[in-house]
Design a protein. Structure first.
Ligand SMILES: Nc1ncnc2c1ncn2[C@@H]1O[C@H](COP(=O)(O)OP(=O)(O)OP(=O)(O)O)[C@@H](O)[C@H]1O
Ligand SMILES: [Mg+2]
Length: 371
């Protein structure tokens, strides 16, 4: 997967830009607050159909403008393609894939694949389970349209079921009559999603430990463990039917607790990943440097899985990654990214010497090619 060109209009501080990229390493450097992360945000937007950092989508529209547009040309193993996105102030969003209007986001996610690392991704290790679920969702949605569809269905059913639980105090009869139907549907989607998440975690763990050990030269081994509401050993998540049954049992035996809590207490919306280093929680015991190495390795692992599943590496977007790493880890990363398309930002371009890279200077939302 190669991102050939990106054109931006009124996106964040970028009034207008048309950037050609090379198919190996592209380094964007410049002072703080010039538009480096903004560019990666626009590229990643084309991959997942939304911003990775704006809580309101319209935030990406340049101050004083009515809309933002991003047009990205990419080449996959088949042919050259285009994704164009337009974001309006009134929250409307238009997406075109090869000039064809897209009405469902699931129809375009996974067409252009990118893996993003940004300093905030340390939160995957440091923060709560929602960050780790988001990591799984972003990665899996780009790989499997069926995963995204199940997740969308699950979230819809969960919303309905939660409403029903909330209304149980006033109307217990309706609750008793209809809750089982919602529980069945929820358990069905939960089992499908759990299977994907379980298999992904296994695959990611393999590459995570490989990259981490090579990167740190150490003997400490990271592990990833998939945690769900289904407690106990011996759960075979690859057996969707039996997992569905287990989720359903859990849901049907918890009505009183759920009515008391006013919400659905069990399901994949409560999933988590345990990230361990030498058997101990990385969140509580790993050093800052180790945590960084784990989060970068996790992103490299994500890229390897995309390659395994689709036959092609995704485009790697590394925001400010070098400033986070010591020399050994930097050198490892430089070696590791050779032969792939990487778009990397930083405040300097010193690390470019050993790479045949395109270097672009960023200033005030403008991009100037240096070599
Ligand atoms: N909607 C917007 N309209 C105009 N400018 C914006 C908008 N949103 C953010 N900006 C500005 O974009 C500028 C550049 O942001 P960006 O995050 O890309 O910086 P950066 O080059 O990555 O800097 P750093 O090295 O500090 O990470 C910031 O000064 C910010 O105020
Ligand atoms: Mg930045």
């Amino acid at each position: 997967m190669i991102c050939n060109r990106i054109s931006l209009t009124d996106f964040r501080n970028i009034e207008s830009a048309n950037i050609e990229l090379c198919d190996s390493v592209n380094i964007f450097y410049g002072n703080n607050a010039q538009g480096k992360t903004n560019l990666l945000e626009a590229i990643y937007f084309s991959a997942v159909g939304r911003s990775f950092r704006a809580s309101h989508e319209a935030d990406v529209i340049r101050f004083g403008s009515d809309f933002s547009s991003v047009s990205l040309d990419y080449t996959d193993s088949q042919r050259r393609q285009n994704i164009s996105v337009r974001i309006f102030k009134d929250k409307r969003k238009q997406i075109e894939h090869n000039k064809v209007k897209i009405t469902k986001i699931s129809d375009v996610i996974g067409s252009f694949r990118a893996v993003l690392f940004c300093p905030e991704h340390l939160s995957i290790i440091k923060d709560g389970p929602a960050e780790r679920r988001n990591f799984l969702d972003m990665s899996l949605s780009q790989l499997y349209p069926m995963y995204l569809r199940s997740l969308q269905k699950y979230n819809h059913i969960l919303k309905q079921r939660n409403q029903l639980i909330k209304s149980a105090a006033d109307d217990r009869k309706t609750f008793d009559l209809t809750v089982d139907s919602w529980s069945c549907q929820l358990a069905h989607e939960a089992a499908i999603i759990s299977r994907y998440r379980y298999l992904y975690t296994k695959q990611a763990e393999k590459y995570l430990s490989l990259c981490f050990c090579e990167m740190t030269g150490g003997k400490e081994i990271p592990r990833l463990v998939y945690l769900t509401s289904l407690k106990g050993d011996g759960i075979d998540y690859t057996d969707v039917e039996s997992t569905e049954k287990k989720y359903l049992e859990l849901l049907t035996s918890s009505h009183e607790r759920e009515i008391y809590a006013q919400t659905t207490l069990f399901g994949i919306h409560k999933d988590d990943l345990d990230i361990l280093l030498n058997g101990r929680s990385a969140r509580n015991f790993a050093s800052q440097g180790q945590q960084r190495a784990i989060s970068v390795s996790l992103k490299l692992a994500e890229g390897e899985i995309v390659k395994d599943e689709s036959g092609e590496y995704p485009v790697f977007l590394f925001d400010d990654v070098m400033s986070e790493l010591d020399d050994r880890k930097k050198n490892y990363l430089v070696e590791r990214i050779k032969g792939k398309q990487v778009i990397i930002t930083g405040c300097d371009s010193n690390f470019s010497d050993s790479l045949s890279a395109k270097v672009i200077y960023v200033e005030n939302g403008s991009y100037r090619e240096l070599k």
